[in-house]
Design a protein around this ligand. Structure first.
Ligand SMILES: O=C(O)CCC(=O)C(=O)O
Ligand SMILES: [Fe+2]
Length: 200
């Protein structure tokens, strides 16, 4: 888009991503604490990379509602989404119904748990199944920050997460191998690519 670069845009986006990654870390720390996993937090947070994705969804070609993005779970640890004033994100509840995400203010974010976090927590938090549905006359813009484990970091269920009530669900895995598996087995999306990849 900018063959000679755009330092000012790049600086703004970098500082946005930096702040958002702090939010992501704070939430992941709270989740880990709620499961008594304090001793793993520093190592976990320090072995994370981030990716910020910009998306534009054109307004639908028809007066009806159109699919903007197919239902899926993200493969990351967590995803934080921020959008313009045009809604469209929908989340599936446990009973299979879809609910619309309505940000309470233009500055609201939504934090979603994704498959790699499910893997680390031995399934104790599910991955959010979500999609984008477009209606109306305006384009939708969204920014998604994905957190994911660095190459070479083994995601292994902590022993504290395994007991009689919660038997081990996942073998240790590398994120990069999981992504590659998912890429080559796109049909395995639902219910869980992770289960297909490294389920016990
Ligand atoms: O645009 C959105 O709200 C959702 C984007 C999304 O689900 C994704 O990029 O994985
Ligand atoms: Fe997604």
């Amino acid at each position: 888009m900018w063959p000679r670069g755009n330092p000012s845009f790049s600086k703004t986006i970098n500082s946005y991503a930096e702040k958002l990654s702090e939010l992501e870390k704070a939430v992941r720390k709270m989740i880990a604490e709620s499961f008594g996993l304090e001793k793993y937090i520093d190592e976990h947070l320090n072995s994370t990379n981030y990716l910020l994705r910009f998306s534009k969804y054109n307004r639908p070609n028809t007066p009806d509602t159109e699919l903007g993005l197919s239902p899926h779970t993200d493969k990351s640890l967590m995803t934080i989404l921020h959008q313009n004033q045009v809604d469209g994100l929908e989340l599936q509840t446990k009973n299979g119904s879809w609910i619309k995400f309505k940000p309470s203010t233009p500055n609201s974010f939504i934090v979603m748990t994704s498959e790699s976090l499910t893997g680390w927590l031995n399934g104790r938090l599910g991955a959010t199944y979500h999609r984008v549905m477009m209606s109306g006359n305006e384009a939708r813009y969204s920014l998604a920050l994905f957190s994911y484990p660095k190459d070479g970091y083994v995601i292994e269920v902590p022993e504290e997460m395994v007991n009689e009530e919660h038997p081990l669900l996942f073998k240790p895995f590398y994120y990069e191998e999981f992504i590659s598996f998912d890429y080559h087995n796109a049909g395995q999306e639902a219910p869980s690519a992770l289960r297909a990849f490294c389920g016990v």
